[in-house]
Design a protein around this ligand. Structure first.
Ligand code: CDP
Length: 235
């Protein structure tokens, strides 16, 4: 006779500063469990791209009022790409995977993400993606605001040298002719803005498990985290 095996599905929230390996870890876990991975940062990046495209941001000037007014016509979504086994990011039905990773977007995204109305709209979407559970989401406020009842909350850290090297390696693999300094300045600026903003700043929730992966390979990291995940699934 077939035994009906009920598989418990959970929500895993991963937060932390930039370049702490959140998305790498989130993707690894999602693959192991056959869960959905949601890159919440990509959603903020898409809204920032919209602001640039519509010239709501020119140099230091940001017309926040116009940004807020435009929000009902800013549609951000993910579409699963079967061939590549990743989710493509769409801004109003245009694929923007590459465009949202540009330095132009990185330079303005934290200012866009600090607007409460922007957060409200995206958090609502993120919460809908978690309704059926079976989700791994990474960002800054996932354990604190998006899923305060997440089954497992991780707060990733890594020492400054490791974070700098990670970004440097990423830089080498891209075709851009950016300088290392430019990238590091951007990380530092975003970390500062993300941690000090009024609405949903990056913070470690009391019930989040802090995990420093500075000295770990990707494989070691996954092994250690899967122990936590499995004990969550068994409980
Ligand atoms: O990958 P990286 O660490 O560079 O950043 P990201 O995850 O792509 O996020 C880009 C930016 O979006 C962050 O610097 C935050 O300003 C914002 N963000 C946020 O405010 N809340 C989230 N849940 C995720 C990202």
């Amino acid at each position: 006779t077939n035994k009906l095996k009920l598989v418990k599905k959970i929500i895993i929230a991963i937060d932390g500063l930039s370049s702490t390996g959140k998305s790498t870890l989130a993707k690894q876990i999602a693959k192991q469990l056959n869960y959905i991975y949601v890159d919440s940062g990509a959603m903020y990046r898409a809204v920032a791209l919209y602001a640039l495209q519509k010239k709501l941001i020119i140099g230091e000037e940001f017309n926040k009022l116009k940004m807020i007014e435009a929000l009902p016509s800013v549609k951000v979504s993910f579409v699963y790409n079967k061939k590549l086994n990743i989710s493509d990011v769409y801004l109003n039905d245009v694929k923007v995977n590459k465009a949202i990773r540009s330095m132009e977007v990185s330079n303005v995204v934290s200012v866009v993400a600090a607007i409460p109305q922007v957060r409200q709209q995206l958090v609502k979407l993120q919460q809908q993606m978690g309704i059926k559970k079976g989700v791994v989401m990474d960002g800054r406020d996932i354990g604190s605001v998006v899923f305060p009842n997440a089954d497992l909350k991780l707060y990733m850290t890594a020492n400054a040298g490791t974070r700098a090297k990670r970004r440097y390696d990423e830089l080498l693999t891209s075709n851009s002719n950016l300088s290392l300094q430019e990238v590091l300045d951007n990380i530092n600026l975003r970390d500062h803005l993300d941690s000090t903003r009024k609405d949903s700043p990056l913070l470690k929730s009391n019930d989040a498990i802090e995990f420093d992966n500075s000295q770990l390979s990707k494989e070691q990291q996954l092994e250690q985290i899967m122990e936590l995940v499995n004990s969550c699934l068994d409980s």
